[in-house]
Write a protein that binds this ligand. Sequence first.
Ligand code: HEC
Length: 149
Amino acid sequence: MFMQRCAPRPHSLLLVTALAVLAGSASAGAGPARPARHQAMLGGKPAAAVPGDNAANGARLYQSCMGCHSLGENDVGPRHRGVVGRAAGSVPDYAYSAALRKSGLVWTPANLDKWLTNPQKLVPGTKMYFSVVKPQDRADIIAYLAQQK
Ligand code: HEC
């Protein structure tokens, strides 16, 4: 059921979206969770490719990236500061796969959404094996990254 799957993690997400969009419906518990999220999406723009919407939640979700990435230092993956708008494979001192280096992609929010959905599908041969299943989570992470100039 919805309630079980979503408790307790989206509670804070619910608060964030509800505060941002429609204060009021957040306090009634799990029932309004879905409407509140809906409102957030209707009141704003499409879930993907919207920098700024749920960046606070994105900051929390970004912890799942931190096994391999940080904002300022290359690690298993390249550093992320400034990644939104940057050409893929362009951090000079990071050893990218040839596939990503030659991809010709620019990290627009839309491309980041595709990347986080399935890196191997967007760039066959990339060495990133990690994906984010939920569209809202991807949008939030991208919103967070867009703030890290
Ligand atoms: C298990 C390790 C791992 C995790 C976890 C991981 N990545 Fe990566 N990531 C990589 C590697 C390795 C690359 C380099 C890929 C290549 O060169 O083909 C990469 C590359 C990238 C790039 C391309 C950057 C550039 O300079 O072109 C982006 C964007 C990215 N990752 C975002 C994320 C985000 C956001 C998360 C968390 C949701 C994440 N990654 C989680 C390993 C990881």
